[in-house]
Design a protein around this ligand. Structure first.
Ligand code: GTP
Ligand code: MG
Length: 197
């Protein structure tokens, strides 16, 4: 898919203030610092569209980006560790969960996982919530440039084994590097497929 246009629409903390739910929407979620905002910039080839930082806790609101006047990418705050207060994290947690459960045009959630890490409880719990709410999601293993591809594969295999303990059917997964633009076509083609349905 060709991205002709990517524009920032709005940031807010409430689902009822998001853009009208008339276009399909794809949300990026995962632990703070996993690379959500960087992946949005990589996909749109628009450095600086979503704000990134080496310090966890950069994205603090629900951010809508309109792509090709046709669908939305949504950047969200991270869950888990962030350099912000406990209260702020709890507020984000509620905001994210409410958004996931009530955003009616949410076509698919991309759950981002750092490809260097073993399965972590907050990610597994978040996926449980998505499953319980029947919210469609896929996995994205990020920062693949940080290690060899065989190491990435080993980690993904371990991750999938862990998920098989509680899931009958596993979600589709992608491997990305915002640094090297790996996985861009795969993710965009997947979005294109859903948009066509
Ligand atoms: P929060 O908004 O704080 O939750 O973080 P985020 O998930 O949006 O992460 P962000 O995109 O801000 O990236 C965090 C850090 O990881 C930044 O320093 C990025 O440059 C770096 N980073 C993100 N993706 C990649 C990647 O694919 N490869 C490498 N090497 N670094 C990456
Ligand atoms: Mg961010």
């Amino acid at each position: 898919m060709i991205i002709r246009e990517a524009k920032f629409m709005m940031s807010n903390s409430r689902v009822d203030q998001c853009p009208p739910p008339t276009l399909p929407e794809y949300a990026f979620i995962g632990r703070s610092n996993v690379g959500k905002s960087s992946l949005i910039n990589m996909l749109t080839e628009h450095k600086g569209l979503a704000k990134t930082s080496s310090s966890p806790g950069k994205t603090q609101l629900i951010n809508h980006f309109l792509i090709n006047e046709d669908w939305y990418l949504v950047d969200l705050p991270g869950y888990g560790y962030a350099k912000v207060s406990k209260d702020a994290r709890a507020t984000w947690g509620k905001m994210i969960n409410f958004y996931m459960r009530h955003r009616e045009n949410l076509a698919c959630v991309f759950v981002l996982i750092d490809s260097r890490h073993a399965p972590l409880a907050p990610d597994l719990e978040f996926m449980e919530m998505l499953g319980a709410e029947s919210i469609p999601f896929v996995l994205v293993f990020t920062k693949a440039d940080k290690q060899s591809s065989s190491r990435t594969q080993q980690n993904i295999t371990a991750y999938i084994r862990k998920m098989q303990e509680s899931w009958d059917e596993l979600p589709r997964h992608f491997i990305t590097s915002a640094e090297e633009k790996t996985g861009r076509d795969e993710v965009l083609n997947f979005i294109d497929e859903i948009n066509q349905q």
